[in-house]
Design a protein around this ligand. Sequence first.
Ligand SMILES: [Zn+2]
Length: 277
Amino acid sequence: MKKGVFCLSLDTELLWGRHDGNWRLFEKNALRVRPVIKKLLQLFKKYKIPATWAIVGHLFLRNDTLPGWYASDVVKAIKQVDGQEIGSHSFFHTRFGSTPCTKERAEIEIRECVRLAKKENIKLESFVFPYNSVRHLDILKKYGFICFRGDDQYSTRSPLKKIQLLVDLFMPTGSPVYVPKQTNGLIEIPGSFYFLSARGFRRYIPKNVRFRKAKRGIDRAVAEKKIFHMWTHPIDLTIQSEDLLDDIEQILAYACELRKEGVLSIHNMRQIAKQYS
Ligand SMILES: [Zn+2]
């Protein structure tokens, strides 16, 4: 790679991320997500940031009486902003790596997402696995996907590593950076940094720490000519919205500055896959 890359992907799922659990607790947040998405799109326009929106397939459908579950209006709004890529985050937000998710089930999900996107003239090429649970890559390839977000340090099962990660949330430390790699005929772009919500204990993460962590990750990407891949959920930004969106704006402004200096590129997942395949 000739220079560092900043990549941003957004797991856009509204209540689907909780459909098999405590979704009622998140209903209020889901209803606050549209203004957050509008603000993100304004920031992406202002700083010319191409991002990847990994959308749960159900959101392509329209049902005005269930705005926490259906969001064809959101898909339309994203499409209108230059450089935004619409990718997929499965149809039901299913854990692909789990035993009940057979190959047949995975294929039904992917086929349905591709069909609904096609009706909107959208070609799905990037995939983000729910829970970053990677499996059935052959099906993605069969349906025209070219890349996926790889698993990251946050899915560890080691109790010690979990404690380390918990402590790390409060420190302005950096994150790993990567080069894209070929995995089963697809380009894998691992996640570097999960921009966390302010839910529960996370509300105690001081303002600015998320920005400082991302800044160090971006600096590392520039120094090592690798990718710093940040990801989040729009619904994560519905609590302490102003502070979190301010941190995001600082990150985008910083990346933009380095792009102007010629040491950093800002690409969405599809752009990276096309460039590095
Ligand atoms: Zn998800």
